[in-house]
Write a protein that binds this ligand. Structure first.
Ligand code: SF4
Ligand code: F3S
Length: 104
């Protein structure tokens, strides 16, 4: 599976949603996640993300994000069409450790 990681937080460009053939992105207030049981591992979303936030779960240190994506994909609603990025998307693109501020 692929997973959405830290740099989606506060950006949410949603280009990824447009290309996913199985509509397995789920939307939180500040970021999206991928449902690991629905992703067919096609990889087309990875290069589409302007924030470079999508990774294969085979990358190093992805355990935290696999758990995170699996958990919130069960709680958040599916998103099937792109929408405008968050207002501060360009300003927040690339900031470090966004997850630490997600729920504060
Ligand atoms: Fe969707 Fe393919 Fe990305 Fe999985 S890898 S989330 S199936 S576009
Ligand atoms: Fe997030 Fe990138 Fe999609 S910023 S919403 S993973 S295009």
């Amino acid at each position: 599976t692929y997973v959405v990681t830290d740099n989606c937080i506060g950006c949410k460009y949603t280009d990824c949603v447009e290309v996913c053939p199985v509509d397995c992105f789920y939307e939180g207030e500040n970021m999206l996640v991928i449902h690991p049981d629905e992703c067919i591992d096609c990889g087309v979303c990875e290069p589409e993300c302007p924030a470079d936030a999508i990774r294969p779960d085979t990358d190093a240190d992805m355990d935290r994000w696999v758990t995170f994506n699996a958990r919130y994909a069960e709680l958040w609603p599916v998103i099937t069409a792109a929408r405008d990025p968050l207002p501060d998307a360009d300003a927040r693109d690339g900031l470090a450790n966004k997850l630490d501020t997600l729920f504060s």
